[in-house]
Structure formats: C-alpha cells, structure tokens
Design a protein. Structure first.
Length: 576
C-alpha cells in the first residue's frame, strides 16, 4: 500500500482498481508496482539543444532523478521550452523571449496539474526559464524547488577572460574598423567554451541569485558552475531535498514571503544585478498575490551597498564569485549589515541566516568587498519617474557614475532602426537614443537591446550617450540606459510623443526622467497619435499582446477582469 500522506495528489491517479488503465500506460514507460506506492515527483526540465545555458540539463536531470529515487520518490521527467536570448538578440526572434516566460510557467503548471504530481523540481538555465519556473511553483503551491544549471566558464582571448558581452561589444568595434575580421572570428570562437549560462551578473546569474535569496533554490547548489564536477552531487541533493519538503509539507507560499522577496531585491542591488530582475520579481509577486511595487526596488536599493565586483560593470564573472565563497558570502555580508531578514526559511530546511553563516570565504579574494569598502554606497538599481515615465522606468547604475545627462532625442521606431543608426554613424556624443514600440504589447515581447547598447560601446559612445526605451536591456548592458519606460508607446505613453531634437533630461539624484515639453504640448501630440497596427494578428504572439500588462506590473498575462466565460442558456454566468 502507498503512504497516502506522501501521495496527497497522485493517489487519485495511481491507486485502486479503477486506475488500472493509468497504471497500464505508465508501466509502458517503465514504472513498476513499487513505483506506484511512492510519491510522484515531477522533474520539469528546460533542456534544449539550442544554446549553452540549458544544453547540459539532460545530464543534470539524471542526477536529480537518482536523488529522488534514493529519497523514496518516483521521478517523472518532462520538458518545456526555452529561448536563448544571446542567440536571438537583435532579431525578430528576440520578441519571443519574454513571451516564453509565460509559456514556460503555463506548461509546467499544465503538466503538473494534469499528472497530479506530489512535488516538483524545476531545472532552469537561460533567463526566462528561471522566473517562469518560479512562477509555476507559486501557482501550484506544492512542495518544490528550483535548481539552476550553473554558469558557463569564461573564455580566453588575447590573454584575458571574456564573455558573450565582449562579443556583442566587439561587433560595434569591428563595424568602426577597430577590430579585424580575424580578431572577431577568434573572439567568437573563444567566448563560450562550453555549457552553462552567460558568465557575468547578467540576467541568468542574477535570477539564480534571486532564487537562492528567495529561499526557493538551495543556496550553494545552484551557484556551482555548469561544468564543475560537483554539479552532479548538487542535482542528487536537490532530488533528496524535494522529498524532505514533501514530508514537511513545506510549500512555496511558506518560503516566498514578502520578506523573502525583499531579501531577493537586496541581493540584486548588492551585486549590480540585471534590470530584468525588476520585471521578473514583480511577476513572481503577482503569482504569489503579494503586494509589490516598482518603487520598492528603489527604496531597498537606496540603502544597500554594491559589494560584488561583477561584470558587466565590474571585473569578475560568476565562476569567480563561486571560487571566492559564492552567493552565501554575499548573504553573509548583508546579514552582518542588518540588510537581510535572516529568519526567512529556505528549501534546505535552514534559514537564510543559517545558510549565510556557513559561507566559507576564500582568503585574499577580491570579488566580494568588505562592508567598509563597497564599490558604491548604494545599490545598482534606481527607479525614475517624470513626464516621460509616469509609471516609472528602471536604470542600472552599477556600471557607471553619471548622475545627470541632458541631450537631444534621436528617435527610432524599432531596435533594428537604432542599430542601423549606430552603424551609419548617425548617433553623436551627447545624444539620447530613444527606441520605442518595443514594449510588452508593442513589441510584442519587450526585446532586449544588447545589440544596440553593445554597438554603442564598441563605437566608443558608451559613456557619452544615453538611451531610453519601453523595451528591456540585457543583463550584459552597461552605461546610462533607462528601460521598461511605462506606459509604453503602444499604449499611448508619453514616449510616443517624443520627436527628434526634443531635449531629454536624466536626473538620477532626484529620480526624474523628463522631456523638456509642457504638459499641454505632450497632450497635443498624443491627441494626434494613432496606435500602430499589431505586428501579429494570430498565434501566441497576438494572444500575448492582447493579454499582457504594463512592464511596471511585471508584464504578466492575465484574463481581463471584465471577461466572462460563455455559458449555456439557463446556466449561471461565471466571471474570471
């Protein structure tokens, strides 16, 4: 007989004479009598052959399943989708990236609900698989955890370490004649030496840290690099841990509290993490029904020092952080400073404070600064508002010291047009590049602008121009860049009213982003504005554009509150 206390859901799928048909089907997949007696544990794998971030997750899944079996469970692996941002960057395909976050969450939810799993392990790698997996766990609220596949090792080029960031910046340098064809080819061949997610504190590593600080990923296991020999043990241990969560009935909602979310924001701020963390944490909070505002990020970041010297603004990569003492060392510093809620519980059964206390700092390491010698006294993210961004926008200040910028707008309706403008030399020092109609709805999908921002750096303009967009930035972006400008242009936001030559003003100390126009003039221009035709009229992209919310709310998809399900005559109406 099965232990019903450990099979609160799957017993309805596998137990009793009436379930002989289901068992017959599962026997064809290799299950035996003893497997039906154990809890069914889903292993949601985001493996894909397209891109190094998730390429090794098939192998890692085997270790996870061994851990589940050893702990008394029956693992059932299934796959979902992934889009590699680094591959699709600068193309039409990049529009699918943020859309995939919702598809990942939806597909994990569907398979888990459909098969009545008792617990769940989610294996993640590239950017959107991480928040998508956490969003699914939040919806399902069954015992579960996230395991990150780990970071790629840095490449070696002309005697120094390089990442994919260097390749994109080299494209702009090559276009200006600063790099030969042979050098670019050599860098291209060296930058990504094997499996693992992009190496700096870009979006994947930022969100992996978020998961550890949220408590939904086991601290110390997720941050082991992808090709490190210890990664297999990490997978096995994650499989064991999920059964422990099931036995304790510890669900995601007990772990991912408001305090845990604020811990995660603190970790992002202290490491100069990606602006995409704002978007994804807003979405995760939405799934958890926890009140979180874009302003909370500025409030927290303003009191948190930048302690980790990580790319894109710093010197080191994720494998260096791991060697220095890992994310636990960052947590230890922040607990010592009184900036973390150390009593928040984690999937390991220990508190975040206990995990931090166990950190082992490598002597003479230079990656994580002491509290009395931070890189900067305040964190890496600021939220600006003003007549250009009434709902707010996000600026990453970890990689630059510019506090004020004033310049004429150079307006582009697409990312491709802006990239072409950089290549043709149309952008001059002192300009403010404006890229619009790339927001959640207008894109659709809120493309990242690494191709443009890297080209600007490669062209020698990284420190002398500013950029604003209703789209997103890659975690590899650095310089004065305002993303997530909301409301977006496709919804008639003020960014749609900007014209070439208008003066744009960035005022970081006062948290303002403004165009030097009167409210009357902005309204006059918007009154004459007409929304562009949707780029897609059918399929998943059209559905996403119809349902997606503002970036200031996390760009989540939701059924409109006024939507009513069709009903048969005589049946009561149901409103979702």
């Amino acid at each position: 007989m099965s232990d019903s206390s450990l099979k609160p859901r799957s017993s309805a799928l596998t137990d009793g004479a009436s379930r002989a048909g289901a068992r017959a089907m599962l026997r064809a997949c290799g299950l035996r009598d003893e497997d039906f007696k154990k809890p069914l544990v889903g292993v949601a794998n985001t493996w894909i052959e397209i891109g190094p971030c998730n390429y090794h997750l098939r192998e890692l899944a085997q270790h996870v399943k061994e851990g589940i079996r050893a702990a008394g469970g029956t693992p059932l692996e299934f796959n979902t989708v992934s889009i590699s941002d680094g591959i699709t960057m600068g193309t039409e395909g990049m529009r699918t990236s943020l859309v995939s976050r919702e598809v990942i969450a939806d597909s994990i939810e569907l398979v888990t609900r459909g098969n009545l799993f008792d617990a769940l392990v989610v294996l993640v790698g590239c950017d959107k698989t991480i928040p998508g997996g956490v969003m699914a766990l939040a919806r399902l609220n069954i015992p579960g955890l996230v395991l990150y596949g780990g970071s790629i090792a840095p490449g070696q080029f002309e005697g120094h370490s390089v990442t994919i960031q260097d390749v994109y910046e080299a494209i702009g340098k090559h276009a200006r004649g600063g790099m030969t064809d042979a050098q670019l080819k050599s860098l291209e061949g060296a930058a990504c030496p094997g499996a693992g997610a992009c190496g700096g504190q870009f979006t994947a590593n930022t969100m992996a840290l978020v998961c550890e600080f949220l408590g939904i990923a086991p601290m110390g296991l997720s941050s082991i690099p992808a090709t490190n020999a210890a990664k297999g043990h990490a997978g096995h241990r994650a499989g064991e841990l999920v059964l422990d969560l099931l036995r304790r009935n510890t669900t995601p909602s007990k772990i991912m509290t408001k305090a845990a979310i604020e811990n995660a924001i603190t970790g992002v701020a202290a490491t100069g993490g990606s602006t995409n963390a704002v978007l994804h944490l807003l979405a995760i909070a939405s799934e958890l029904k926890i009140a979180l505002s874009i302003d909370d990020f500025d409030r927290i970041s303003s009191r948190v020092p930048i302690l980790a010297d990580l790319k894109p603004g710093g010197r080191f990569v994720a494998t260096d952080l791991y060697a220095a003492g890992g994310t636990a060392l960052v947590a230890k510093r922040l607990v010592e400073a009184g900036l973390l809620r150390g009593d928040s519980i984690t999937v390991t059964g220990r508190t975040l404070g206990e995990e931090a206390a166990a950190a082992k700092e490598t002597p003479a390491q230079e990656v994580v600064r002491k509290l009395n010698a931070p890189l900067k006294p305040t964190g890496g993210l600021v939220i600006l508002k003003g007549n250009l961004a009434p709902e707010g926008c996000v600026v990453k200040v970890a990689g630059h010291n510019v506090q004020n910028f004033r310049g004429p707008a150079r307006v582009f309706e697409t990312e491709e047009a802006a990239f072409a403008g950089v290549e043709k030399g149309l952008i001059k020092a002192g300009d403010v590049v404006v890229i619009r109609y790339e927001g959640p709805k207008g894109g659709p999908g809120m493309r990242e602008m690494l191709a443009v921002t890297a080209a600007l750096v490669g062209a020698g303009l990284g420190d002398s121009v500013a950029l604003l967009t209703d789209g997103r930035f890659s975690g590899a972006t650095h310089g004065l860049m305002a993303g997530h400008v909301a409301p977006e242009a496709a919804n008639g936001g003020p960014i749609a009213a900007i014209a070439d030559g208008d003066t744009i003003i960035f005022d970081i100390p006062n948290r303002q982003l403004n165009v030097e126009l009167s409210a009357t003039e902005i309204q006059k221009r918007l009154s004459a504005w007409k929304p562009p035709a949707p780029r897609y009229s059918s399929g998943v992209m059209a559905k996403y554009a119809l349902l997606v919310s503002s970036s200031s709310l996390g760009a989540v998809t939701a059924v409109p509150a006024t939507f009513s399900m069709p009903v048969q005559p005589g049946s009561p109406a149901r409103t979702l």
